[in-house]
Design a protein around this ligand. Structure first.
Ligand code: PMP
Length: 355
């Protein structure tokens, strides 16, 4: 740390992203898609678009906001676009809870929520998940506090139903409820329909998982016109050109290609269910994940050891050395071939240890 860093940030513990190695590995550690982006994305990244990079991008992000609005049956005024959904979450937590406000979230959830709370001076109450890692909605009903919930939750993969979310939203009318639906495409439901009824709900989505565009960095928030105006006020006070022209064009093309992405999503769900069975035949147990990852534990083997052994053999999964989840591995659902390699390698490791 230099002697120049403001004291406000000297104790900040930043988020630790999953490893991004250049070596050839089977990468099942950051919940990316095993499929390439839709062919329509490649078509829009033309020489002409690259030449236009000499100009600033559209600060209003009209093309992409219109394309997203059309998909969700909303208006562009209901859409805020960010540089990854992390950007959208950051603006939201800063804007609606910042400097002295309060935020509640589950104790086991996306690791960025506590980091943002810390960064923006927000008091954070982490509410304990039940022992089976599910959320008890009674903990959130009438809580009188801003709330962020990943649905499905990460790293557990467990999802609340739309009815359960509605109870939380309806019972906290004076607080903002942020539903982070980064993984919702793999669960095939959504709280977007509740936006017509409630002005205190924001739904956050990303192109990083189901739409195979993690490297493009595009996410979005859907909410009332007034909430989106607030987010734009913050954006225009920080970085009006937060979306670059390539991201705007590529994501606009991607979101229109439902046929391509629905096929990929269905395949990931199929492989997820198949892998659950294969892992269970090896003695693993886990949550009934509705996301594009599995959260599993083995009664006889330490998760940390399995993580290290897999890594040595060229397979990256995610291990969190945190209380309550340090016996678990989070494994991204890759292609059928990748998951076969994973389960074969785990079977081999188990066999070697037992011999
Ligand atoms: N929310 C959750 C629950 C996540 O797991 C992630 C990805 N790590 C994000 C948001 C952020 O995704 P991105 O910034 O790539 O849109």
């Amino acid at each position: 740390m230099s002697r120049f860093l403001s004291e406000n940030y000297s104790k900040l513990i930043p988020y630790t992203p999953g490893e991004q190695l250049n070596e050839k590995v089977i990468k099942l550690n950051t919940n990316e898609s095993p499929f390439p982006p839709s062919p329509s994305v490649k078509q829009v990244v033309t020489d002409d678009l690259l030449d236009r990079l000499k100009l600033y991008s559209d600060p209003e992000v009209k093309q992409l906001r219109n394309a997203i609005a059309e998909q969700f049956g909303l208006e562009a005024e209901n859409v805020f676009v960010g540089n990854g959904s992390d950007d959208v979450l950051a603006f939201s937590i800063m804007g609606f809870c910042g400097a002295g406000g309060k935020l509640c979230c589950p104790d086991i959830s996306y690791g960025f929520y506590p980091v943002y709370a810390d960064l923006f001076g927000v008091e954070l109450e982490q509410i304990k998940l039940k022992d089976d890692f599910s959320i008890d909605i009674n903990d959130y009903i009438g809580k009188g506090c801003n709330i962020v919930i990943a649905n499905p939750n990460a790293p557990t993969g467990l999802a609340l139903t739309v009815d359960e979310v509605e109870k939380i939203v309806a019972s906290n009318p004076d607080n903002i409820i942020i539903m982070d639906e980064a993984y919702m495409a793999f669960c095939k439901q959504s709280c977007v329909e509740l936006l017509k009824k409630y002005d205190n709900l924001m739904v956050v989505r990303t192109f990083s998982k189901s739409h195979s565009l993690a490297g493009l960095r595009v996410g979005f928030g859907l909410a009332s016109k007034e909430i989106i105006e607030d987010l734009n006020k913050l954006k225009y006070s920080f970085n009006p050109y937060n979306m670059n022209s390539v991201s705007i064009a590529a994501a606009s093309a991607a979101i229109a290609d439902n046929e391509y992405y629905n096929k990929n999503i269905d395949e990931i769900i199929r492989v997820r269910e198949l892998t659950k069975d294969l892992l269970s035949s090896l003695g693993f147990t886990g949550t009934d994940s509705k996301a594009n990852f599995l959260f599993v534990t083995h009664p006889e083997f330490s998760a940390e050891e399995l993580y290290k052994e897999l890594r040595k053999r060229g397979i990256l999964v995610r291990y969190f050395s945190k209380p309550r989840i340090d016996r678990y591995l989070r494994i991204t659902v890759g292609s059928a071939e990748e998951m076969q390699a994973l389960t074969d390698t785990l079977a081999q490791i188990i066999k070697e240890v037992k011999e």
